[in-house]
Ligand binder design. Sequence first.
Ligand code: ADP
Ligand code: MG
Length: 188
Amino acid sequence: MIYLPKYTGPRLALQSKIGEGPKAVVLRLSADYVVKLRKTGWPIPSVQDDSAVTYALSSECDLLRELHRRKISVPKPLGAYRVPIQTLDFPWPLPKTFFNERMFPGLVMEHIPGIFIEQAPIEKQTELERRALEEVSKAIIIGLNHLQEGFDPAKNAMWVPETDRVYVVGWDFLLPSFRKSPQGVLRD
Ligand SMILES: Nc1ncnc2c1ncn2[C@@H]1O[C@H](COP(=O)(O)OP(=O)(O)O)[C@@H](O)[C@H]1O
Ligand SMILES: [Mg+2]
C-alpha cells in the first residue's frame, strides 16, 4: 500500500464538480486547486479508494510533475494526497456517508480556468487543436514512448482565453507504459 500524506491545505466548505471523464471526477478544492478522484460506475457509481487507485493517482502525479518540469503545458501538480471531501455532486460508496466528509485518494493540481476547444470561437478551433496535439507530441518526443492514439483533444485539452494558453489536462492515455517503468520511459 502506498502511503499518501493527508491534504491539509486550503479547502472550500463544499467541493463542487467541475469536470468528469470516463475514469475520473474532478472537484474544485480551493480557489487555486482542483482534486481528481477515481470513480467507477459498477456495481454502483462511487469514488474509488483502494491501493490500485492510490497507485494510479500517484503515478499520474509523477507523470504530471515530469511533464511540467519539461515545460509541457499541463496543470501544475501539488501532489497525491488523502483528501477530505465533502460534496453533493457525486454518490459515495455508502448511502450513510452521503452527507459526511470522507477521505479519498486524490491528485491535487492547479485549477485551469479554461474552456473546451469546441466552446472557443469557431475560427480558432483548428489552431487550438493543433496546439493541444503539439503538447502531446512534445511528451512523446522526450521519450514517453506511446502513440497519441488514445488522446481525445475535445475533452482533455482546455483553452484559457485571457492568456490564450492551451493546457492538456487528461494524460491518462499515457499511463499504462509510464506505470510499467516510471524512469525507463523517460529519456533525458
Ligand atoms: N486541472 C484542471 N482544471 C480544470 N479542469 C480540469 C482539470 N483537470 C481536469 N479537468 C476537467 O475534468 C475533466 C475530466 O478530467 P480527466 O483527467 O480528463 O479525467 P479522465 O481520466 O476520466 O479522462 C476534464 O475533461 C476537464 O474538463
Ligand atoms: Mg480525460
